[in-house]
Design a protein around this ligand. Structure first.
Ligand SMILES: Nc1ncnc2c1ncn2[C@@H]1O[C@H](COP(=O)(O)OP(=O)(O)OP(=O)(O)O)[C@@H](O)[C@H]1O
Length: 299
């Protein structure tokens, strides 16, 4: 029997709502109000994803994502944490429109959005993903300049109109802590950290409002991880970005997250501010995760 989700009430906590309100009425469509009166940029409602065939589903094969609801404010970093296979990446892929859920809705700015190909161009542009393996997500045959310019050829409305593309690329590279000379290089000649900075610059080129980072620092050394996390935190503040950060690593959560959603076996078991989660974990599974992380630190 799964343990019900822990929902903490009070300022700064994410309201977890089922398909109906407390009185059993269906929830109205539109934006999910968050405590403090602000609204969500992205909201996921009652998401269900199952990769098994219909026959296997009838036999009770579990859902990869099982009724997950969460919301991200326009200016915050929400980390989704959980052990391998808990469904984090699948949630991220639904948000990015790369995975179609069997049930549930993804809302951007209050409007439902489907698969990426069916999204309006401004929504496609506004939600950008940064992947785990930076080298693999950059075409090794293209220079960094071509990689960034390609995004503007696809999304003309985001291309710089008042100055040369080269100038804009140089500024983007500086913004992510790279020398503009990197524009002439290709991914195989760059370090993992540099490649991840290029991936971030490519995402920023489209002036996104939400960055979906899927284990974006897991492949990097700890010191490089910290640099990239600091970079993301700075960009979030200076560019008014929201970040949905998928990770299995609580050390990373501590460095980057304003709020945290904990997943276990496809379900959301707890959402809380990062401070509350580390000081007063509410759900037994969260306590287990924290204990395991402490054991690792002590080992
Ligand atoms: N394309 C797919 N086809 C079949 N099963 C999949 C697919 N993608 C994910 N799954 C399964 O769905 C479940 C959730 O996977 P998911 O990758 O979302 O978890 P995760 O928490 O991100 O784990 P990890 O950190 O290992 O990627 C797992 O059991 C996984 O094997």
């Amino acid at each position: 029997m799964p343990v019900p989700p822990t929902v903490r009430q009070g300022a700064g906590r994410l309201p977890y709502r089922g398909p109906a309100d407390a009185a059993g009425r269906p929830r109205p469509a539109g934006r999910l109000s968050l405590p403090g009166g602000d609204v969500s940029l992205i909201e996921v409602r009652d998401l269900v994803v199952n990769f098994h065939s219909r026959r296997e589903r009838r036999r009770g094969r579990p859902n990869a994502v099982d009724g997950v609801s969460l919301a991200v404010r326009p200016d915050e970093t929400l980390a989704v944490v959980g052990e391998s296979g808990s469904g984090k990446t699948t949630v991220a892929r639904c948000v990015a429109g790369l995975q179609t859920p069997q049930a549930g809705t993804v809302l951007f700015d209050g409007a439902p959005v489907g698969r990426v190909a069916k999204r309006p161009p401004e929504v496609r542009r506004a939600i950008q993903m940064v992947f785990q393996d930076p080298a693999a997500s950059l075409n090794p045959r293209m220079t960094v300049r071509s990689i960034i310019a390609e995004t503007w050829r696809t999304h003309r409305s985001a291309a710089p109109a008042d100055r040369s593309w080269d100038d804009a690329i140089a500024e983007l590279l500086r913004d992510v802590g790279l020398d503009p000379g990197v524009a002439d290089r290709r991914a195989p000649s760059l370090s993992g950290g540099q490649c991840q900075r290029v991936s971030i610059a490519r995402a920023l080129a489209l002036r996104p409002r939400l960055l979906v980072c899927d284990e974006a620092v897991s492949a990097l050394d700890v010191s490089v991880q910290s640099q990239i996390l600091r970079l993301l935190a700075g960009l979030r503040a200076s560019r008014e970005l929201a970040i949905l950060f998928i990770t299995h690593d609580l050390g990373v959560v501590r460095q980057i997250a304003d709020r945290v959603a904990v997943m276990h076996q496809g379900r959301l078991v707890e959402t809380a501010t990062a401070d509350d989660l580390f000081e007063r974990p509410g759900h037994p599974y969260t306590r287990k995760l924290l204990d395991a992380a402490l054991d690792l630190e002590g080992a």
